[in-house]
Design a binder for this molecule. Sequence first.
Ligand SMILES: C[S@@+](CC[C@H](N)C(=O)[O-])C[C@H]1O[C@@H](n2cnc3c(N)ncnc32)[C@H](O)[C@@H]1O
Length: 478
Amino acid sequence: MNVAVSCLQSPAAAREELYDKYASRLVTNRRLDRKLVSFQGNRKLPFYRWFKYKEGYSADFVRYIIEELGVKPGVLLDPFAGTGATLFAGRAMGWDTIGIELLPVGFFAMEGRLAAETADPAAFKRAVAKAQAVDWEARYDSAFALSHVAITRKAFPEPTERAIAGYRAYCSGIRDARVKKLFELACLAVLESVSYTRKDGQYLRWDHRCKRDRLKSHFDKGRIEPFGPAVLAKLREIERDLSAGGRERDSLFTPGGKLQMGNVDLRRGSCLDLLPRLSSRSVDLVITSPPYCNRYDYTRTYALELVFLGADTNVISNLRQAMLSCTVENKTKVAALRDQYERGGQGDAFDRVIEAFEGQDALQEILAILEGLGAEGRLNNANIPNLVRNYFLEMSFVLYELSRILRKRGKIVMVNDNVRYAGEEIPVDLILSDLSERFGLRTSHIWKLPRGKGNSSQQMGNHGRSELRKCVYVWEKP
Ligand SMILES: C[S@@+](CC[C@H](N)C(=O)[O-])C[C@H]1O[C@@H](n2cnc3c(N)ncnc32)[C@H](O)[C@@H]1O
């Protein structure tokens, strides 16, 4: 394959060709507004509102997709389950669901949600009533203090640090496993609001009041809640949702009360490891959103929550490497994937995926250009070409597996954003659609959200104000 960019050919020739191939299927879908395709739509919903996962989409989005596709309940998979919108909205519509999630934070929230469905609301209410008068700081026990890592040290005011340790000690004594899980979830859910940090775009921002050495910050996050009232408010919110009476509660799970609720099968780990273990033609529908190719580091953004769940520096750095590559720190997983496929007697499948990846001309065009820009020192990080390569290579494996697992006429719906580095737009939507077709899928639609994503201010200055597409792809197995 010739990836050299000759002066006779447009430097974006392969991307233009790919655009022409999909132009007729790229349509704006006015129903897909930001609220539906982001966590915003969940902010006030019972259960979903307990732990705000900004990377998620709304339960209404899942319902909309299922209704719009007109599909009958079967097996619904989300290989990047997050906090489980696909699973919980899907099961309420009668689907048996399978969710894979690597980050312990999302996994814990899903376990909490499952615990909530079978917890005794009266037992929880009693536990909250008992807890409301507890002085958490007075319960301080060093055995339950958070074991911080470098990026979380001094994240909390001292009294909050002690109160969290006291609360954890108290939780360790709760005998009802479901009530205990929900108490722990309440704490996890308030960590950001009681800390000096804020999850902001790609990073954790630090408030100027924190006592970290050498921190120069002018950022003021406003009121930092004291731990006791914050956790009590969260416990009460959970209590209210659990106790919501008969019809309201049922309607959350089974619209109209007509359908049998489906199962939820949660699998902890990387979908790169776990998808190959699912049987061929065993899934009817996939609704998912992978990490985007945008340098977003979940392990940094969720460092406080990871530490709360017991992760140390090693665990965090192993997680970062195991996540679908979307940071400049990720190293290639190609040797491990080859080994995994060969050990499973799937060497041919490995070769097929690599061939599809290497044969995607638009992607190779971008990689060649990014490498050229890197060599000239024009990228703000020299590892950006590796990030893009690793991302699409791993996504090629995901797409291969999803196609294999899908039943005939099964569908995949994927939410993802296009990205741009040093002015070079990466049409993630078109590249992934083309890759999925190499594995036997057909692209029915690439639905554009009415509003795309603006550039970063720095890029706007350099490259004009063009929007990047935010899209929902619908692929089908013929
Ligand atoms: C965009 S979020 C999905 C959010 C989800 N749709 C929701 O509504 O909560 C992507 C998720 O993929 C997870 N993830 C990243 N790499 C993974 C991997 N290799 N295997 C499984 N999950 C992974 C991240 O932890 C994150 O929760």
